[in-house]
Design a protein around this ligand. Structure first.
Ligand code: N01
Length: 496
């Protein structure tokens, strides 16, 4: 065996796993990263205005607080730098194998190990495989009729072309989701004309972002407890709001009033206001956070188009019988997330392919972490571990609380042993999980990226993060088929 643990992906998910392993004193692990740099989503999304909509004192590794945040809601460059600093500080870089895209992972029953193979055909074996490949990396790029004929520039928010200067140009943004509400206010001041194509309006609540004062940073550095207090405050505030998603109508109503008041205050024209008002329950689609999105629509050079896009023409986009002349089109059209595609072949203990299995049922796992038939495998931010109200890093860290106990169990059992979650346990968990969506905002009838093509919610955890933490607190081996076998060092000889 080459490494005790193999981790795929050096974004937040993979690094949460790596950090936990490192801090526990383990060193036999490797992180496979397909790019030349770490950071996952925070490396890939570089569009203007890109920032996190969870406040920074909370959106960080729990045991790596950062007293140096410049803003309450830090931007992409600062978050990426923070991740790099944590990696440096903890000596994680030496574990990362860059430019290594894992294309196949096959469980080997005889040795209880995973044989992983990269795009260049190189293989090695690991005792436990952790996938931290992230759900938001497959851009959804709709092919509108005539899109190839458009003479201007067109790109997706994930593939931002920073060499292309938008200043003074006529620019369209298609989509009004989480990326768009950050891009639109960031580019509005520099473009000549901005045309926003909205299919469905989003509920937008204030972010209340602000630069953090030097005095505050000094205090945080001096008194760690103040930093912790800030984090707790944000966390519990978010959990409280989460109640409005899972059936507490009074909280949901308060959120609605807050959003409506904000819209009324910030958008002057009643017709535009009407167009920006959603007709579905707040929270059903992701609630967006912004302080400067709505005011953009008061500006003369900004047009909100709600007519469906008919087609692209060489000089722009035709919608509602009008042709909008454009130099560039930005697709802020989101990601394909719910129909999870791991972009690799994962073959389990009975020769079953994970992606094939998920095609039939929709993505499912036990606690979003382990999958029956795929022993010694953990998915960080796997099916139904996403959130609409709080920090997903909290979820990843809950998963790692569980995975570390799984690893300890295997360590005690000795080389060659493996644990495979029972199918009945996984099925029952998922049945109950899907039932929990009843009465939540997510089953109130809107269409969102949370749902897969069959209409099943495979992305969100339908309760608060505290419930997930409880569920993942203790690893219960009785939920698993345990195969104890003794494998010699010779049998475990490295694959490479
Ligand atoms: O994507 P979205 P996003 N014709 O799916 C529209 C994370 N994120 O990239 O609502 C016309 O929210 C679509 O319209 P509709 C975060 O988790 C995080 O903005 O489907 N329009 C919608 O308006 C977020 O939730 C941060 O009718 C089309 C938009 O495009 C997730 O990424 C920051 C269309 C897509 O919105 C996705 O956000 C940014 C079509 N054919 C993103 N297809 C943080 O701060 C789609 N649309 C952490």
């Amino acid at each position: 065996m080459d490494y005790q643990v193999g981790i795929v992906g050096a974004g937040f998910a993979g690094l949460v796993a790596a950090l936990r392993l490192k801090k526990s004193g383990r060193s036999s692990f490797i992180i496979f990263e397909r790019a030349l740099e770490l950071g996952g989503t925070w490396r890939d999304n570089t569009y203007p205005g890109c920032a996190c909509d969870v406040a920074s004192p909370l959106y960080c590794f729990a045991d790596e607080p950062n007293a140096n945040w410049g803003r309450l809601y830090s931007g992409q460059p600062e978050i990426l730098q923070y991740i790099k600093n944590v990696v440096d500080k903890n000596g994680l870089d030496e574990h990362i194998k860059y430019n290594t895209e894992i294309v196949a992972a096959c469980f080997q029953k005889e040795t209880g190990t995973w044989l992983v193979t990269d795009a260049q055909g190189r293989s090695l074996t690991v005792g436990m495989l952790i996938l931290g490949t992230g759900p938001l990396n497959r851009p959804n790029i709709p092919h509108f009729p005539g899109f190839q004929d458009f003479k201007g520039k067109q790109f997706h928010s994930l593939q931002w072309d920073s060499d292309y200067n938008l200043a003074g140009k006529k620019v369209a943004v298609i989509g009004t989701g989480a990326s768009a509400v950050q891009i639109i206010p960031a580019i509005a001041p520099i473009v000549n004309q901005l045309v926003v194509f909205q299919r469905t309006p989003a509920w937008v609540t204030p972010r209340l972002d602000r630069a953090l004062a030097e005095a505050q940073r000094k205090n945080w550095k001096k008194y760690a407890v103040l930093m912790k207090w800030e984090r707790e405050k944000i966390y519990w505030h978010n959990e409280l709001l989460g109640l409005g998603f899972i059936g507490k109508d009074r909280v949901n109503k308060l959120m609605l009033q807050y959003a409506v008041r904000r819209l009324q205050k910030q958008v002057k024209d009643p017709e535009i206001r009407q167009k920006l008002t959603p007709n579905y329950k707040i929270g059903c689609k992701r609630i967006l956070k912004s302080d400067d999105y709505y005011p953009v629509f008061n500006q003369q050079h900004v047009t909100l188009v709600t007519d469906p896009i008919e087609r692209f023409v060489p000089e722009g986009i035709a919608a509602g019988g009008v042709t909008y002349g454009l130099d560039a089109v930005v697709y802020a059209t989101g990601f394909i997330a719910a129909d999870i595609d791991l972009k690799m072949t994962v073959i389990g203990v009975h020769g079953e392919h994970l992606m094939e299995k998920w095609k039939a049922t929709g993505a499912e796992a036990y606690l979003g972490t382990t999958v029956s038939g795929f022993p010694n495998l953990a998915l960080i931010l796997g099916p139904n571990t996403g959130l609409g109200h709080n920090s997903v890093i909290h979820m990843m860290e809950s998963q790692m609380n569980y995975v570390m106990q799984y690893i300890q169990y295997l360590e005690k059992a000795g080389n060659g042993s493996y644990l495979d979650v029972k199918a009945v346990v996984q099925d029952q968990y998922n049945e109950e999980l899907q039932q929990k969506f009843e009465g939540t905002v997510w089953s109130s009838g809107c269409k969102s990226w949370y749902l897969n093509t069959a209409g099943k919610n495979t992305t969100l955890f339908p309760r608060l993060t505290g419930s997930f933490r409880k569920l993942t607190k203790r690893f219960d081996a009785s939920k698993y088929h345990f195969v104890k076998q003794s494998v010699s060092e010779q049998q475990l000889a490295p694959a490479s």
